[in-house]
Design a protein around this ligand. Structure first.
Ligand code: PXP
Length: 242
C-alpha cells in the first residue's frame, strides 16, 4: 500500500522561534505515527535552523516506523548518520540562504563524487535516497552511482500556475517514475504537496511513498496533528484507489 512519511521540521521551526522546549518535534513524530504515518522525516541542516542534533538522537530511539534523515552530502552529516543509523538517508542540495530545499541534487553533474559517500552509508546499513528533479538523466545517473531510492522533486508541479503548466509537470513526473521503476529503483515523491495538489500525484502507481511536511504541520495548528495526518492518508489512499 502507498505510504506517507511526515516531515516534522516545521514543528522544530516553531520551537526555534523562541529557542525553547516546545513544541517538541519528537512528540509530533509520535502523534503522527499514532495517526498512521508510515515514517518520520527530519532535515538536519548545517545551520541547525530547525531540527537539532538532540531531536535526531531522540527520534532514533522512539520512532517505531522508519526514520528518514534528510541531509547534505557533507563529512559532518556522514559522521552523524553513521552514528545515529536512521533507516534511510535522503541526500539533498543545501544552500544557507534558501528558505527550503530549492531543487533536486545535480547527480548528472556531481555524481562521481557521491559514489564513495553512498557506499559508506550503505556499508553502515543505511538505505540511500537521492532527491532529484523529474529528469530521466538524473535518474539514470542515480542508478549508476548506486542509489537505492530516488525521491522525485514535485516542487515545480506544486508551483504550477495554470492547468497547462500543471499537466506538463505531471507528465514529467510520470515519465520520471516510469524510468526509475524500469531501472529497479524504489520511488518516493515530495516537496510542496498539499491537500489539493496531492490529488494529481497520488494516483501515479509507481510512487511508493510521499514525503510531506509543511501542509500537514500547517493544518495541524487548526485541527491537530493526528487529524491532519489521517486526512492526508485518506486522501492519498482514496486517490490511489486503495
Ligand atoms: N522532500 C524533501 C527532499 C524535502 O527537502 C522536503 C522539505 O524539507 C520535503 C520533501 C517536504 O516538503 P514540504 O515541507 O513542502 O511538504
Amino acid at each position: 500500500m502507498v505510504r506517507l512519511s511526515v516531515n516534522v521540521d516545521h514543528v522544530a521551526t516553531l520551537r526555534q522561534a523562541r529557542r525553547g522546549l516546545e513544541p517538541d518535534p519528537v512528540t509530533a513524530a509520535q502523534m503522527a505515527e499514532l495517526a498512521g504515518a508510515d515514517g518520520i522525516i527530519v532535515h538536519l541542516r548545517e545551520d541547525r535552523r530547525h531540527v537539532q542534533d538532540r531531536d535526531l538522537y531522540l527520534l532514533k530511539d522512539v520512532v517505531k516506523t522508519r526514520l528518514n534523515l534528510e541531509m547534505a552530502a557533507t563529512e559532518e552529516m556522514l559522521g552523524i548518520a553513521l552514528k545515529v543509523k536512521p533507516h534511510m538517508v535522503t541526500l539533498v542540495p543545501e544552500r544557507r540562504e534558501e528558505l527550503t530545499t530549492e531543487g533536486g541534487l545535480d547527480v548528472k553533474g556531481k555524481g562521481d563524487s557521491l559514489i564513495p559517500f553512498l557506499k559508506r552509508l550503505q556499508e553502515g546499513g543505511i538505505r540511500v535516497s537521492l532527491f532529484v528533479d523529474p529528469d530521466p538523466e538524473q535518474i539514470r545517473r542515480s542508478r549508476e552511482i548506486g542509489a537505492d531510492i530516488v525521491e522525485i522533486h514535485t516542487g515545480l508541479y506544486s508551483e504550477a500556475r495554470t492547468g497547462e503548466e500543471e499537466e506538463r509537470e505531471l507528465a514529467k513526473i510520470k515519465e520520471a517514475v516510469r524510468w526509475a521503476r524500469d531501472l529497479g529503483l524504489s520511488v518516493h515523491a515530495g516537496h510542496g504537496l498539499n491537500y489539493q495538489n496531492i490529488k494529481g500525484v497520488a494516483p501515479i502507481r509507481g510512487i511508493e511513498e510521499f514525503s510531506i511536511g509543511h501542509s500537514i504541520i500547517a493544518r495541524s495548528i487548526f485541527v491537530g496533528i493526528e487529524r491532519a495526518v489521517r486526512e492526508m492518508i485518506d486522501l492519498i489512499r482514496t486517490c490511489r484507489g486503495g
